[in-house]
Design a protein around this ligand. Structure first.
Ligand SMILES: [Zn+2]
Ligand SMILES: [Zn+2]
Length: 177
C-alpha cells in the first residue's frame, strides 16, 4: 500500500524546496521508486538531519516500492538528528546471517522503548535480502507474523509503544488504534 500524498509531502519538505517538489512530483506521476531514491539522495547531498524515526519511515516506504536494498545503506549515512523522534529506528546492520539454513531472519526495525524488533524473513534459499517472504514482529507481548506486503500494519504495531502525541508517524499510523 502506498503512503498518502500528505505523508510523502511531510518527508519531502525535509529537503530544500526544489528537491521537495521533485519528490512529490515523482509520487504524482506514479514513479514512486524514483521519488524514494531522490528523497534519500537529497538527504545526503544537502546534509539534511534525519531522525531515527524518519529513517525507519523511509525504509518502510522504500520496501513498499522495492528499492529498500538500493537506499538503506545511504539512509544509514544520513546526518543524525538528535532532536528528532527516536521512537523507532533501523536495527543495526547485521554482520553475518546464516544463509544456508532457512528461514533466514534479518532484524530490520526496532522499538527504542520495549526493544521490540521487526524482522524480515526469507523462508527459501537465501539469494539476496531484497525480497523478504514475510515479516515477523517480536515484542514483549509475543511474536506476530505479517505477510511481506503488510508493511504499514507491521510498522504500526512496532510503533505502538510511542507515547509522543506530536510524533511525526502518529498521523500515518493512527488507523492501527
Ligand atoms: Zn515497543
Ligand atoms: Zn513515534
Amino acid at each position: 500500500m502506498d503512503a498518502s500524498i500528505e505523508q510523502w509531502t511531510a518527508l519531502a519538505v525535509l529537503l530544500p524546496p526544489a528537491q521537495a517538489e521533485d519528490v512529490v512530483g515523482f509520487r504524482m506521476i506514479g514513479e514512486q521508486e524514483a521519488g524514494v531514491e531522490t528523497l534519500v539522495e537529497g538527504l545526503l547531498e544537502h546534509g539534511v538531519p534525519a531522525a531515527d524515526n524518519v529513517r525507519a519511515e523511509i525504509a518502510v516506504l522504500a520496501e513498499v516500492w522495492g528499492v529498500r536494498g538500493r537506499v538503506e545503506d545511504a539512509l544509514r549515512r544520513a546526518r543524525p538528528d538528535p532532536a528528532g523522534g527516536t521512537c523507532v529506528r533501523l536495527a543495526p546492520p547485521v554482520a553475518a546471517v546464516d544463509r544456508q539454513t532457512p528461514p533466514v531472519v534479518v532484524p530490520w526495525l526496532e522499538c527504542a522503548t520495549c526493544g521490540g524488533v521487526l524482522n524480515r524473513v526469507v523462508d527459501g534459499p537465501f539469494i539476496s535480502d531484497v525480497d523478504a517472504d514475510r515479516l515477523e514482529l517480536i515484542d514483549p507481548d509475543g511474536t506476530w507474523g505479517y505477510e511481506a506486503d503488510e508493511l504499514w500494519e507491521a510498522f504500526a504495531t512496532l510503533h505502538e509503544c510511542c507515547d509522543d502525541p506530536d510524533c511525526r508517524l502518529a498521523p500515518w499510523l493512527a488507523w492501527e488504534d
